[in-house]
Design a protein around this ligand. Structure first.
Ligand SMILES: [Mg+2]
Length: 204
């Protein structure tokens, strides 16, 4: 996967419509184990990035990612805002430190580790990390975008069987089992959208 080949303004528009289309579904998932605002929160975040998409697309990719992260932190709110914000910001930072030849897989690994520290979460806690870790494995293997997308979607579904250990859902204990995690679900939707874009644009 080589995200550097993407037209960022177009990709942002696609992510925004995907979240918009799934807003009610994400909030329904959050209603089952949280406070029901994940769809609206994600939509607010993506709308804010969309509003700045032309300025963002004019930046070098690492700077663009840092800017996206800042906007997401300020606009998503809830538990997901800092996690998505950290992911984008740290990905940008890691890529810029690598200078001219950013290694996307290594940068992603560092960014995901930062998300885990920020959320004080690990694998199996029923969070968006349960999508990010399997995605990281596929990216390190240099899997094709279609494979990465499939992996993200099945990883989100597999959070159904998990008991939440972080966030509001953790208060439900065993009653959180049987519901897909809303953060994992939005993360899979965004991953699949990015992968579909890369596949359609023949990115390696
Ligand atoms: Mg919520």
């Amino acid at each position: 996967m080589h995200i550097g080949a993407a037209d960022l303004a177009e990709l942002i528009a696609l992510c925004r419509s995907e979240i918009d289309r799934n807003c009610a579904h994400l909030s329904d998932l959050d209603s089952a184990i949280g406070d029901g605002d994940h769809g609206a929160n994600m939509r607010r975040g993506l709308e804010a990035v969309f509003a700045e998409r032309e300025a963002i697309a004019a930046l070098a990719l690492p700077d663009a990612l840092e800017r996206i992260g800042t906007i997401l932190v300020m606009n998503i709110g809830g538990a997901a805002g800092p996690l998505y914000g950290t992911l984008a910001m740290e990905l940008g930072r890691a890529m810029s430190e690598r200078g001219g030849a950013p290694d996307f897989a290594a940068s992603l690994e560092r960014a995901i580790a930062a998300v885990a520290r920020r959320g004080r979460s690990g694998p199996g806690d029923k969070t968006l990390l349960d999508v990010l870790y399997p995605v990281q494995v596929e990216v390190l293997r240099r899997s094709a975008p279609a494979r990465v997308a499939e992996c993200a979607q099945s990883a989100a579904q597999s959070t159904q069987a998990m008991q939440a250990r972080r966030g509001r859902a953790a208060y439900l204990g065993a009653r959180s089992i049987g519901h897909e995690d809303p953060g994992a679900s939005s993360c899979a939707l965004l991953t699949a959208t990015i992968c579909r874009y890369l596949r359609e644009h023949d990115a390696p």
